[in-house]
Design a binder for this molecule. Structure first.
Ligand code: SF4
Length: 317
């Protein structure tokens, strides 16, 4: 038996889609809608890490595969927003696939830095989560010269051929606070450490983390809409929890448990960069079934970034 209670939903802004995710989804949508298209559109890996987005595109005809050997020779394949290693590009060429690259331009920038650091003979310390697709893609630019570290403890255990030739890069969706701690440990260990020209943690991750920290301070509980494999969404949960507030990652409205919000007057709400805004609206509707809701938005930044589509998409009629 649930009791009715009036609540305020404090919405973080910015939240939900970033420019890189918009571009990647738009790429697949435009390929699927191309008037002359007869052949299937394959997508290597989830185009972005969100189950709702992937299900919608699959329902419209996109075929998601894990690896290129599942794509027939000569077919069209889209590379996801997280990027791919040169080995994957070479494999696509060998199999004569038509590639449409939806890698986020901010991930492409990190790849370019990896090539530059490797070319001058540095060991590259890539700060990120081992096994994440973006990390695999970036490390693949210079696999012989790259080591992945996740935290300061792993920095202490690093062994490099020349301590005066070490550079670092980071995954784009890390927590700013945790990445700073690891970079600080790297600087102490390797005083001549080189870094990227500008921060690798992208504007969207930075803005969404600052926005969720701001609402968490005023909330009794925080809900983050995003999928379990979404790095940037998981970081939003952690940032909120660091404000000593209970925070939960939810794929959609159905995942919200009444017990989490039962005694809450203020529910903080946000969404990761890969989660559609409509899912946030659905969470608010779900909360309304448990009592009257007033929605207030707390804006910490305004985003006006857009990326041009891949040139294969620009050429479509
Ligand atoms: S989270 Fe950042 S790096 Fe990832 S797609 Fe969005 S803008 Fe690009």
């Amino acid at each position: 038996m649930t009791t009715t209670r009036a609540r305020t939903v404090l919405l973080a802004a910015p939240r939900s889609f970033c420019a890189g995710v918009e571009r990647a989804i738009d790429t697949v949508e435009r390929l699927l809608a191309a008037p002359q298209r007869r052949d299937p559109i394959y997508v290597r890996k989830q185009i972005v890490h969100n189950t709702h987005v992937v299900a919608e595109l699959a329902a419209r005809g996109a075929i998601f595969v894990e690896e290129l050997d599942e794509v027939p020779a000569g077919a069209t394949v889209v590379f996801s927003a997280h990027g791919v290693s040169p080995a994957v590009r070479a494999e696509a060429k060998r199999r004569e696939l038509t590639v449409v690259d939806a890698t986020c331009p901010l991930v492409t920038k990190v790849h370019a830095e990896a090539r530059r650091f490797a070319a001058r003979g540095d060991t590259i310390v890539l700060v990120g989560h081992a096994g994440h697709e973006e990390v695999e893609g970036t490390a693949g630019e210079a696999p012989e010269s790259t080591v992945v570290v996740g935290d300061p403890a792993e920095v202490a255990a690093l062994e490099v051929p020349d301590e005066s030739r070490v550079s670092y890069l980071t995954q784009t969706t890390l927590s700013i606070e945790e990445a700073d701690a690891t970079i600080q440990a790297l600087r102490q260990r390797f005083p001549q450490l080189h870094g990227p020209g500008s921060a690798d943690i992208c504007y969207a991750s930075t803005n969404r983390q600052q926005a969720v920290a701001a609402i968490a301070r005023h909330s009794d509980v925080v809900l983050v809409v995003g999928s379990q494999n979404s790095s940037n969404s998981l970081r939003l949960v952690e940032v909120a929890q660091r404000q000593q507030v209970p925070a939960y990652l939810i794929d959609n409205a159905a995942a919200v448990s009444f017990s989490w919000i039962e005694s809450a007057d203020i529910v903080g709400l946000t969404a990761g960069a890969s989660a559609p805004g409509v899912l946030v609206d659905e969470v608010i509707e779900k909360l309304r079934t448990w009592g009257p809701v007033t929605v207030r938005e707390h804006v910490t930044a305004v985003e006006d970034i857009a990326f041009a589509p891949p040139h294969e998409v620009r050429r479509l009629p």
